[in-house]
Design a protein around this ligand. Structure first.
Ligand code: SF4
Length: 708
């Protein structure tokens, strides 16, 4: 037997023995009926569920899984067979980690790692992955001989926007090396034991279930999905033992190449298992092996610029300067300007720069000119300011328009960051991302409070108000075209959003104006126009042209879709939806639940369980993913009677949409304060109690025609 297969089988057999013993011990200690589950997932023990279709719920379900695990270890001298043994290690690791959750509700409480990654986080990663904002997923495992080697590699991935999961001693080394960590910063410590690697394996596997609508039990389809659609790879640091090698074999079976920093000599498997002993080459080699191309944005600024810094929090104690609408007037405005009034790449600061620190007013005025520039694109560009400023290391930006807060850290100031660099960021990013509509761009910052107030009163607010009027006048009836969005097809091949003025994409990130701008910016891109012709049913929003374009866009997978119905040919869902709407039969209405809500709903299902009913481009009558903003739309499930069907929402969501939802209810049905009639978890989750509440409030859903 070769050294490699010998190592793989050695590790797999060791993990199998360990798992069997641990399962037996757990049953002896807790009893076979004791529940076993990871937190906040609808996919049981995801690896076992996806690979075999078995829904593990109790400890008593596990011995059979150990049997399956052992059957994967053939001990035959064949690399393919050995990789299967690697999958056995993945299954064993999953069981061992699940048993930790039997012993304790939060076994990672006192760990630097986070352990299991809940479903909502995976759903939230859908859009950044499909847009390439997160270009890949790295798993960094082991303990480096030299701390600085792994720190440099992880920081390099972070600067490239790669989502990096850490397992083992590398976690402490990265902490020691000052790597900023957290989900928002795209460096996630999972745990110190090698079995914690299962928590990233299940992320890839649940991506297949959530976005790919994979049939549980179809192992070949699972392996094809993770190989083709999950851009992950593994780096190991330090000496590798047989368990690490067998875990690596499992990664290779899933299609994830492994780069080790020890010399494996002839045991390397080109393209799948390679040695890179020079750490300056680790990142380059890893990205090449997974064919990940990074778009490098070199900017003339003194701090790092990367999407990974978007979630960075600047605390008051670390803050050098703050521009906040709570303390001073502020605004951000992009305005289309005649070309002869724009001096390209001119950046001006009127008033004091940030040298003195403290609180300042700020008006950021961006003049753009271009033959194809349209006023409708101004807000699309303007909303990007938030992300671009946040990408600067040491800068935090929240809000938009006249309600913003920008903080600059002491470290960024000391590195030399000044307002003209903010201008360089805006200029370079606009000319890069919007080059097909913007020919010239000029940026001016004003920091004197009186001047900013004047700009706010005479220019910014009137412009925002005019835009709001335009948006309010945009209805599905007032336009000639809708748009497709198929960005999510890289994960959900048969999904297509139909974006209309009154129905934004289900991720909440693509409005009709965004889709229109995307078409202009990338003519052959994901957003293509759909002529609004061939209406066959106004009630459900059925159009022959929509069906035709969706059928083409989904390669025949979906050929009938309505715009306004939850029951009749509802729109497909990919998996990254902000909210899910589901029928609640007892009250003849629907519940609407947001991704962030962790509790139970009156349907007897959590968000995750409701969400697992649909996704991956599947149409499931009675369940539909959608954006938050859509909830207050007059078109929201209008075929079933509209928003008056909403009987229950989590309180946070209800409060968030209350103003707009109440306005719509008043306009449509003459109901005042409609949200007071909607139940939430602080009132009741039990079906009967919900019904009592609705009856007491005289909720309209109770007397409407049966929803199904
Ligand atoms: S609009 Fe739809 S397809 Fe486009 S990114 Fe959002 S969820 Fe994905």
């Amino acid at each position: 037997m070769s050294v490699l297969t010998d190592l793989i089988y050695g590790g797999s057999n060791a993990v199998a023995g360990l798992t069997e013993g641990a399962v037996n011990d757990a049953i002896a200690k807790h009893g076979a009926d004791t529940k076993v589950a990871f937190p906040d997932t609808a996919y049981f023990l995801p690896t076992i569920y996806a690979a075999t279709g078995v829904k593990v719920k109790t400890l008593g379900d596990l011995p059979a899984c150990v049997g399956v695990l052992k059957s994967l270890i053939s001990n035959k001298e064949d690399l393919g067979e050995a990789l299967n043994a690697g999958l056995a290690t993945a299954v064993g690791a999953e069981i061992l980690e699940a048993l930790k959750y039997v012993e304790s509700e939060n076994p990672y409480e006192n760990e630097a790692g986070i352990g299991f990654v809940p479903d909502p986080i995976i759903r939230s990663l859908g859009v950044p992955l499909v847009t390439g904002d997160i270009p890949g997923v790295a798993v960094v495992l082991g303990k480096a001989d030299q701390t600085e080697d792994v720190v440099k590699v992880v920081k390099d991935y972070q600067s490239k926007g790669i989502m990096t999961f850490l397992v083992g001693g590398v976690i402490d080394q990265c902490i020691e090396g000052g790597v900023k960590m957290g989900l928002e910063l795209r460096v996630i410590p999972l745990g110190h034991e090698v079995t914690a690697v299962t928590h990233v394996v299940t992320v890839a596997i649940r991506a297949a279930l959530i976005f790919g609508a994979l049939e549980p039990g179809n192992l070949p389809a699972l392996l094809a999905y993770t190989k083709d659609r999950v851009p992950a790879f593994v780096n190991t640091f330090g000496e590798i033992d047989s368990v690490v090698v067998s875990a690596g074999a499992g990664a290779i079976a899933l299609g994830f190449p492994v780069v080790v920093d020890v010399d494996l000599g002839e045991n390397q498997v080109p393209g799948a298992l390679e040695s890179v002993t020079d750490h300056t080459m680790t990142v380059k080699k890893s990205l090449e092996l997974r064919n990940i191309k990074i778009k490098v944005t070199e900017l003339p600024i003194p701090v790092a610029f990367a999407a990974a810094f978007e979630g960075e929090i600047i605390r008051r104690s670390d803050m050098h300067t703050e521009f906040s609408s709570h303390a001073n007037p502020t605004c951000e405005l992009v305005c289309t300007t005649p070309a002869d009034e724009v001096e390209d790449h001119k950046i001006t600061v009127v008033g004091q720069d940030i040298d003195a620190g403290g609180e300042l007013a700020l008006a950021t005025i961006v003049k753009v000119a271009g033959e194809k520039m349209q006023a409708d694109f101004e807000s699309v560009i303007e909303r990007k300011i938030h992300a671009w400023f946040n990408y600067m290391e040491g800068v935090m930006h929240t809000g938009q328009r006249n309600l913003i807060r920008i903080r600059v850290s002491n470290a960024a100031y000391e590195a030399g960051l000044r307002l003209n660099h903010f201008g360089e960021v805006l200029y370079n990013m606009i000319m890069d991302e919007f080059d097909s509509v913007v020919d010239k761009c000029e940026v001016t910052f004003y920091t004197e409070a009186d001047k900013v107030q004047e700009i706010l009163d005479t220019k910014a607010m009137p412009t925002y108000n005019a835009r709001d009027d335009r948006l309010a006048s945009l209805t599905d009836e007032s336009v000639d075209e809708f748009y497709t969005c198929i960005l999510c097809q890289s994960f959900a091949p048969s999904h297509c959003c139909v974006v209309t003025p009154e129905r934004l994409g289900l991720c909440g990130a693509v409005s009709w104006l965004d889709a229109k701008a995307t078409k202009e910016l990338t003519p052959t891109g994901p957003c293509q126009p759909i002529k609004k012709i061939g209406c066959t049913d106004e009630r459900t929003g059925a159009y022959t042209e929509v069906n035709k374009v969706v059928e083409q866009a989904t390669q025949g997978a979906v050929n009938q879709v309505t715009l306004y119905s939850l029951i009749e040919d509802p729109m497909t869902s990919c998996g990254c939806f902000e909210c899910i709407c589901g029928v609640e039969p007892a009250s003849n209405g629907v519940v609407v639940v947001n991704r962030e809500y962790k509790g139970m709903t009156p349907t007897g299902m959590t968000f995750g369980e409701l969400a697992s009913m649909t996704g991956g481009g599947v149409q499931t009558p009675g369940f539909m993913g959608h954006g938050r903003h859509f909830i207050a739309s007059k078109k929201f499930i209008s075929a079933e009677g509209g928003i008056q069907r909403i009987v229950w929402m989590p309180k946070e969501l209800k409060d968030d949409v209350a103003d707009r939802l109440n306005k719509t209810a008043k306009e449509l049905y003459g109901i005042d304060n409609f949200t007071d009639m909607i139940c939430d978890e602080t009132i009741a989750c039990d079906t009967e109690e919900v019904l009592n509440f609705l009856t007491e409030k005289g909720h309209p859903a109770l007397t409407m025609d049966p929803i199904m």
